[in-house]
Design a protein around this ligand. Structure first.
Ligand code: ZN
Ligand code: FE
Length: 253
C-alpha cells in the first residue's frame, strides 16, 4: 500500500492511497480536484474512493468534480451525511469498512467539528487524522469543546505506537515553535525540530510522523506530564485544565 501526499491550496494535504494488490485507489480529503487529477493521469490510475475526515471546505472541495469524473464513491461520517457533498457510504464510530483487502476502522473524534472522524487502517497502521491531530499540534476547537477534543486525542493516543500519522495540513514548523516555547527542555522535541527544519528548508513534507514521536514531542499529547504542568505553573491541575490552557495559548500564538 502506497500513500502519496499531494500539496493542495496553501498548506493542505490530500493523500492518494494506492493498494497495488487489490487495484484500489482512494484519496483522503481532496480540497481541490486539480492536483488529484494530475497525479492520477500521470500515473495512469483511476479513482475508486474519496474519504473525508470532516466537512470543511478545505477537505471536501474536490469531491464533486472527482466523483463526476471517476464515478468514485464518497465515504464519510454518518452524522455528517447532510454536509459532506456527494456522500455514498456513511460510517459510524468504531464501524469497519473494507478498502480493497484492508480493514479500515472509523474513530469518531469530535472537537474541531462535531462529525470529525479518523480513518485507521488496522493492519497497515496508518491513521488519517484530518484537523484533529497535527504533527506537533492539534486542531482548533470550532464546534465541540475542550473536553471532547481531549477525549478524541486520547483515542488516537491509544493506537499502536508505530502508527503513521497523516494529518490535514502542513503546520508542523509553526507548531514546533509553539511546543519549543512551552516545553524547551524536551530533548525529543529539540531533535524533532532539527529534523523538521531540514525538511522544510528543502520544501519537503513533514508527514507522515510516527505516533511514538508525537507522544514524546507534541505538547497537546503531553498535558498529563508533570514536566509540562510544572512549566505552566499548573503542577497539581487536572489534565483537562492543562490541555485547555495549552489550546488557549496556541490560539493566541
Ligand atoms: Zn477543518
Ligand atoms: Fe483544514
Amino acid at each position: 500500500m502506497q500513500i502519496t501526499p499531494l500539496p493542495c491550496l496553501i498548506d493542505n494535504y490530500a493523500y492518494i492511497i494506492n493498494d497495488n494488490n487489490s487495484k484500489t485507489i482512494g484519496v483522503v480529503d481532496p480540497s481541490e480536484a486539480g492536483p488529484v487529477i494530475s497525479f492520477l493521469k500521470k500515473n495512469n490510475l483511476k479513482l475508486n474512493y474519496i474519504l473525508n475526515t470532516h466537512h470543511h471546505f478545505d477537505h471536501i472541495g474536490g469531491n464533486a468534480e472527482l466523483k463526476k469524473l471517476y464515478k468514485a464513491k464518497v465515504i464519510g461520517f454518518h452524522g455528517d451525511k447532510h454536509r459532506i457533498p456527494g456522500i455514498d457510504i456513511t460510517l459510524k464510530d468504531n464501524e469497519k469498512w473494507n478498502f480493497g483487502n484492508s480493514i479500515v476502522k472509523i474513530l469518531h473524534i469530535p472537537g474541531h467539528t462535531l462529525g470529525h472522524i479518523c480513518f485507521f487502517f488496522e493492519k497497515e497502521k496508518l491513521a488519517f487524522t484530518g484537523d484533529t491531530l497535527f504533527s506537533l499540534g492539534c486542531g482548533r476547537i470550532f464546534e465541540g469543546d475542550h473536553k471532547q477534543m481531549l477525549i478524541s486525542l486520547n483515542k488516537i493516543k491509544s493506537l499502536p505506537k508505530d502508527t503513521k500519522i497523516y494529518c490535514g495540513h502542513e503546520y508542523t514548523y509553526k507548531n514546533a515553535e509553539f511546543c519549543m516555547k512551552h516545553d524547551d527542555k524536551n530533548l525529543d522535541l529539540i531533535k524533532q525540530f532539527e529534523k523538521i527544519k531540514k525538511l522544510r528548508l528543502d520544501n519537503l513534507p513533514t508527514v507522515p510522523t510516527m505516533l511514538e514521536d508525537e507522544l514524546k514531542s507534541n505538547i497537546f499529547l503531553r498535558c498529563d506530564k508533570n514536566e509540562v504542568k510544572i512549566k505552566l505553573n499548573m503542577k497539581n491541575e487536572e489534565d483537562f485544565k492543562v490541555f485547555t490552557k495549552v489550546r488557549d495559548l496556541k490560539d493566541a500564538f
